[in-house]
Ligand binder design. Structure first.
Ligand code: HEC
Length: 116
């Protein structure tokens, strides 16, 4: 009789411990996505800095902007154009965006080309 009454509370203690553990694990795994905003999103950089002239799909061609999906430039050449600007119409972004952001935006323009 004494044994039985002791066992029940122990069982419950383990059950609640297990539940708390599960909650901690759940809380930790839901924390993971908070790391993702640190990754630079090429789409976001492009949308914020390039879309006015080039358009969401790179085809707008505002003020003589090149149609990016038709561009034959390599990644390195595009980084050069975006960093230094060209013909006073394509702005230089070296003072506006970090190297990583320029690269992310240019990588996004490479994807636009692949899609054509
Ligand atoms: C003020 C308008 C404007 C903005 C903003 C702009 N561009 Fe341009 N871009 C142009 C124009 C105009 C050209 C064509 C330049 C020329 O005469 O060669 C061009 C050319 C380019 C080229 C060269 C394409 C080729 O094949 O020759 C790339 C790559 C490019 N832009 C990428 C970007 C990226 C990436 C951004 C954002 C970080 C951006 N541009 C923002 C106007 C703009």
């Amino acid at each position: 009789m004494q044994n039985k009454t002791k066992r029940v509370p122990f069982g419950w203690k383990f059950a609640s411990l297990f539940t708390i553990l599960l909650l901690i694990v759940a809380a930790c795994s839901s924390d993971e996505p908070s790391n993702t905003p640190k990754v630079i999103s090429g789409v976001t950089v492009f949308r914020d800095n390039c879309m006015n002239c080039h358009g969401a799909d790179g085809n707008l061609g505002m003020n003589g902007a090149k149609r990016l999906p038709e561009s034959t430039l390599t990644l390195e050449e595009r980084i050069q154009v975006v960093t230094e600007g060209r013909n006073n119409v394509m702005p230089a972004f070296k003072t506006l965006l970090s190297e990583q952001k320029i690269k992310a935006a240019v990588e996004y323009t490479m994807q636009l080309s692949d899609r054509k």
